[in-house]
Design a protein around this ligand. Structure first.
Ligand code: ZN
Ligand code: ZN
Length: 153
């Protein structure tokens, strides 16, 4: 899918949830889309949004991000020091992922597994629920940290 269609797809979900698409919200969505392979703090989103829409204030970015997370189109990843990073959830199965956070260096790894949707189907069947989004985070040591701990021994 090309970018414009992707963006329209997200805009349709947002409108469907009763949120109006304002120029500011569109800018924020664009920034999130451009950085869909990264995890950004509200401040980082704001910094990029300002380049496109200089009048945009950080409270608007905060509010929008919280709204988008609530309707299930953003991953919210809590990192060290009570900071949150956000990432757009892709619109196809391939983009569905979970997060691994290293408790030593704070790095975030995206975990992609084809089994994720199978697992969700099992949950839906067993508990008679409909999963719309997930935000699962694993904690532990990343490969780099394991290596450096071993080297220090
Ligand atoms: Zn690490
Ligand atoms: Zn991610």
């Amino acid at each position: 899918m090309e970018n414009a269609r992707y963006l329209r797809y997200f805009e349709k979900i947002i409108v469907g949830k009763g949120i109006r698409i304002t120029p500011q919200r569109r800018v924020i969505l664009n920034v999130l889309f451009k950085n869909r392979n990264k995890h950004l703090t509200v401040e980082e989103i704001w910094n990029q949004a300002k380049n496109i829409f200089p009048q945009i204030g950080i409270p608007t970015v905060y509010r929008t991000v919280i709204q988008l997370e609530k309707i299930g189109i953003l991953y919210k990843v809590m990192v060290q020091g009570n900071c949150c990073k956000y990432q757009l959830i892709g619109c196809d199965e391939k983009n569905k992922h979970r997060h691994f956070i290293c408790t030593r260096c704070g790095s975030i790894t995206d975990i992609y597994l084809p089994e994720i949707s199978m697992e969700e189907q099992q949950i839906e069947k067993k508990y008679h629920v409909k999963i719309e989004s997930q935000n699962i985070i694993y904690y532990g040591l990343c490969a780099k940290c394991i290596q450096s701990i071993q080297m220090a021994k």
